[in-house]
Write a protein that binds this ligand. Sequence first.
Ligand code: SF4
Length: 267
Amino acid sequence: MPILSPKIPAHQELIKQVDYYLESKESSPLPPLGSGRMEFQLYKAALVMDMFLSRLEEVIEDTKSKAAERGIPVTCSKGCDVCCSQPISGSFFEGVLMELYLEANPPIKEQFLTKYDSWRSRIGDPQEYGQTLQSAIRALVNGSKDVSDYVRNAVDNFNQREKISCPFLEERSCSIYPVRPVACRQLLSIDDPIKCQTGEQARLLRAGDIDELTYRKLPLLLIHLGRSFGFPGIVNSVLPITTYELIKHGEKYVDMVIRDCDRISRR
Ligand code: SF4
């Protein structure tokens, strides 16, 4: 049974609270959001994620306009799917939002489910991938300036060194574009698109506003949401797997994620 029902109405109070949170200059904690059925809690968390992504999109569009005015246009465009052959990872709540979107769009859900088994059988071990990324984060914390080798190795191993398209990619476009995760939004090339095609390192647009949202506010928001809803929001996972497991196993999968997080936090 899918865990989310698209028919649940928007929660206006939550919207106000999240707006307040995202507007705030301080990293003030999100107020407790009350309790309820797991389904409703997850729906609210997905709604928050959706609002965060809308805000991020506004900031990205603004940044792109300003960069174009300065003569450094972003060269990413529809039809370029180079980034879509990397394992997309992100927070549990992003996976929940993606699942909600699929439940509201049955043809897209069917496309995804049709491709999933083949995609899953070709990729590497998601746990190993996660551990390599953790090593990259630790290296950053310990002062490394460049962890691109870690990340490249993690991606190469996960994709078994071949180009494996994301199961949400349809005819070189993202089938879940409105809810695509942060990881798919934040890298903006300002280089010749040919470099992405040939695997060269493209120059990326760096913007303080985007970094502020993705590296500072998002982790805080995930921690606060995790506490408010009782779910491990901060957990990082390969998102097509999270989405699939939510569709197929619903609450059982959520229970398993919560247990795993408890076990890891007690170590
Ligand atoms: S979710 Fe969409 S944008 Fe992200 S990798 Fe998959 S197809 Fe590409």
